[in-house]
Write a protein that binds this ligand. Structure first.
Ligand SMILES: *Cc1c(COP(=O)(O)O)cnc(C)c1O
Length: 419
């Protein structure tokens, strides 16, 4: 039997996390935001943090503030490591974008092991990851071995075992698949790779802040990710990279920047990188961005990632149940693993009219999911600020929209530049 709206309201009343919704800015109470896996909401505290950094640290402190700013990439990295990544202090650096960090870590491993001529990734990996890997393979004349991923369940261990052999230098995998939401078994993949002497660079952009990430316990050596999705640090906020401590003096960034230099302000003649994660820094970091990353991490740390995950599982399970009951008869298919332990924080719904449905849902019904070509509507009920009744109402509006053919009547202009 499907949950009634009353039941959803009751679930919210009993939700121990309900009070944390006020930790973010909710500008329009009627708007149902289901796209926090693309751009997280604004934490209320970030308004004050941004004001302080701009007005006091920059406006008043001027260049003197660099005494404090200089260590922030590592300090905020420590915060992220402790609360959301299961890594140790000194292993995470906030810098650059996920794309650039992925390039740096992959290139560092390739430089470390010139004898191995293969890079592995999969055909459903995030576009920027696939492009970076393609670029490195082309620039260095390496073989690119691309695993075929199942569009719903992601990578099978069998396919990984077949591809990750001892001719491979490095593999790039996403922990949670951006489209289907399939969650890869990080520990199992690392064990396979370690058995063949292969390093793996994990992209945790779609898992950090959504599912507990245990880099250390799961045997991860290297990882990258972004902070503007579930970590709520704002558009274009700086990304992070993780290098396990024992690898830090063995791997070198391909970008020999001054922010990686030992005793940076001695302005030495030659590059001599820090024997620490900071060696993967390149140029001057975004100080405002760093402050917002710290505020974003704190917005989640106050709740705790385990509690967030528990509510996220309940919310995504509700999406799946309502989709089966209401949306399957309208032509939707759930294309996310049904076992909550095998998925991240969002649910993908396939429909042949996914684009016009998404567009009219935003424009006419005040529900914001997102569209992923060619036929997917992604629904991310982010547990920090999404109520059970939001999921109920959001899917009810979606059901009504499609049942009444409003998306067809609205016409179908092609997608804009950003979906
Ligand atoms: C969002 C996302 C990115 C984005 O990379 P940027 O360099 O920040 O644009 C990369 N990888 C994954 C898996 C993502 O989900």
């Amino acid at each position: 039997m499907t949950l009634t709206r009353q039941d959803a309201v009751a679930l919210d009343a009993a939700d121990p996390l309900a009070g944390f919704r006020s930790a973010v800015v909710i500008d329009d109470p009627d708007l149902i935001y289901l796209d926090g896996n693309s751009l997280g909401r604004l934490p209320s505290a970030s308004l004050h943090v941004a004001d302080h950094v701009v007005r006091e640290e920059w406006g008043r402190g001027l260049v003197r503030s660099w005494q404090d700013w200089i260590d922030r990439p590592q300090q905020v990295g420590d915060l992220l490591a402790m609360h959301l990544l299961g890594a140790a202090s000194g292993e995470v650096l906030i810098c650059d974008s996920t794309t650039v960090n992925l390039y740096k870590l992959l290139a560092a491993v390739l430089d470390e092991r010139p004898g191995r001529r293969v890079i592995v990734t999969d055909d459903d990996n995030f576009p920027t990851d696939r492009y970076v890997v393609q670029g490195l393979a082309a620039q260095r004349s390496l073989e690119l071995r691309v695993i075929r991923a199942d569009p719903v369940h992601g990578l099978s261990m069998r396919a990984i075992v077949e591809a990750v052999r001892d001719d491979v230098a490095v593999a790039a995998f996403s922990h949670v698949a951006y489209r289907s939401g399939a969650l890869l078994d990080m520990a199992a993949v690392n064990a396979v790779a370690a058995g063949q002497g292969v390093r793996v660079v994990w992209d945790v952009a779609h898992s950090v802040g959504a599912v507990p990430v245990h880099l250390h316990d799961d045997g991860a050596e290297l990882a990258v990710g972004c902070t503007y999705k579930y970590v709520n640090a704002g558009p274009g906020s700086p990304a992070f990279l993780y290098v396990r401590s024992d690898l830090q003096d063995r791997l070198r960034s391909p970008i020999w920047g001054w922010f990686g230099q030992r005793a940076q302000f001695e302005m030495a003649e030659c590059y001599d990188p820090e024997p620490a994660v900071t060696r993967f820094g390149a140029g001057t970091p975004s100080v405002l961005g760093l402050a917002l990353v710290a505020a974003g991490v704190r917005s989640l740390a106050d709740v705790g990632i385990e509690a967030l995950r528990a509510k996220s599982v309940a919310l995504t399970s509700l999406v799946v149940d309502l989709a089966d009951d209401w949306l399957a008869p309208l032509g939707f298919t759930v294309v996310t693993p049904r076992d909550p332990a095998r998925r991240g924080g969002h649910v993908a719904l396939a429909h042949r009219d996914a684009w016009p449905i998404c567009r009219t849902l935003v424009e006419q019904r005040a529900v914001i999911p997102d569209f992923r070509a060619p036929d997917i509507v992604r629904v991310a009920p982010v547990p920090l600020y999404t109520r059970f009744v939001d999921v109920w109402d959001g899917l009810d509006r979606l059901r009504d929209l499609v049942a009444s053919h409003a998306h067809v009547l609205a016409g179908t202009p092609s997608p804009p530049r950003v979906t």
